[in-house]
Design a protein around this ligand. Structure first.
Ligand code: FAQ
Length: 336
């Protein structure tokens, strides 16, 4: 189910053979292609090609896992938030991320997979989640920086998904994006308070956090377009509306201005306005680091997955109790 293979060819004796579609299937395929070309939304009950379904499942489940694993780096700071106000905001944010994961698992379930299968793929290391959540949160300014930069990058990527051709995913994204905007604003606000009203030590803490999160945030958008195996088909199907590099560039251009307001320096000596392009040039991203993190060898991969599996195991009694309660209610209903 989690295969990433995109070709619909059957393999025989080393040669690739076109999968032969029946006349009915050909008609369905043509109707599907025409709907995609017309910008129609596809609903769960509609016919769709197997690979469209697989691609969506891959992306939506990865996205759901990212939201759930993404609760961990910030969750580490709930007990250490400096004020009651910041603690309440952080608690609400982390709960929102849990909610996003649940909407997205529900959207993926409409494609015919179960929540248990997806969770199992995450826990066994078969499924991916965003590289960004394998970096540590070392000081309080990391929390503001996650809001400002990580949520900022997430929104830049996710707003176009509100127009994704698969309607249940698009609908989930509309609500998620509204909440992510609040997350980004609270992160910016938290950093602004430290930069404007804080001590020199607090300002240094913000700069240190920005130095550490900047490059991993640029990696969140995925590999460069010419090294992105899923992009062409994803764009053809209207799952992906804007390319990895275009979104990365938009994020850089928007963030440079915000950094000026904050008074922080983005850690890239090559970052400069290019008059001709009307965009910022920026330095070379270390893609070997990105692939290392994606392959499971980032600073916190093992810890994050370990925490997730432990939370799942510790919560088993809750799931059992909920099921027992549901069975009891059902028995009562049937006896009435
Ligand atoms: N990390 O061919 P492409 C958030 C993989 S939510 C890990 O370009 P595609 C909220 C990719 O899966 C953040 N792996 O792939 C929050 C593929 O591997 P595969 C998550 C990555 O799908 C904030 C391979 O590389 N957002 O932050 C990454 O066309 C704060 C080749 O890549 C989403 O998931 C990566 N960064 O484009 C929560 C948005 N990038 O599957 C808590 C939805 C690429 O073939 C706190 N997803 N890979 O084995 C997408 O838009 C797309 O899937 C991309 C990747 C753009 C991520």
């Amino acid at each position: 189910m989690y295969t990433q293979a995109m070709d619909t060819m059957a393999r025989e004796g080393g040669a690739k053979l076109e999968k032969v579609l029946s006349a009915d299937e050909q008609q369905l395929q043509q109707r599907f292609d025409a709907r995609i070309d017309a910008g129609d939304f596809i609903e769960a009950k509609d016919w769709m090609p197997d690979n469209y379904r697989k691609t969506l499942l891959r992306q939506i489940s990865q996205h759901a896992h990212s939201e759930i694993v993404g609760m961990l780096p910030e969750g580490n700071w709930i007990g250490r938030a400096p004020t009651l106000k910041r603690k309440a905001i952080l608690l609400a944010k982390v709960q929102d991320e849990g909610g996003h994961g649940l909407y997205l698992y529900a959207a993926a379930e409409t494609l015919g997979t179960s929540r248990d299968q997806m969770i199992d793929a995450l826990h066994s290391g078969k499924a991916k989640y965003s590289s960004i959540f394998n970096y540590p949160t070392l000081n309080w300014a990391d929390i503001g920086t996650i809001g400002w930069l990580v949520d900022g990058a997430a929104i830049m990527n996710q707003v176009p998904i509100c127009r994704c051709s698969y309607a249940p995913y698009a609908r989930a994204m509309i609500r998620i994006c509204r909440e992510e905007s609040f997350h980004q604003r609270q992160g910016f606000d938290s950093l602004l308070v430290m930069m404007r009203d804080g001590t020199d030590a607090q300002r240094a803490m913000v700069q240190d956090a920005v130095n550490r999160w900047w490059w991993p945030c640029l990696m969140m958008f995925g590999p460069p377009d010419d090294q992105s195996p899923n992009s062409a088909q994803g764009m053809r199907w209207g799952i992906k509306r804007v390319s990895n590099d275009t979104l990365r560039q938009k994020f850089v251009d928007a963030t440079v201005e915000q950094a000026k307001v904050l008074g922080v320096t983005l850690p890239d000596p090559d970052l400069k306005w290019n008059e001709e392009r009307g965009q910022h040039d920026f330095g070379v991203i270390d893609w070997s680091e990105f692939w290392r993190v994606v392959a499971g060898d980032g600073p916190n991969n093992r810890e994050r997955l370990g925490m997730r599996v432990k939370a799942w195991d510790d919560g088993e009694w809750v799931r059992e109790a909920a099921l027992a309660h549901a069975r009891k209610q059902q028995t009562k209903l049937e006896a009435a």
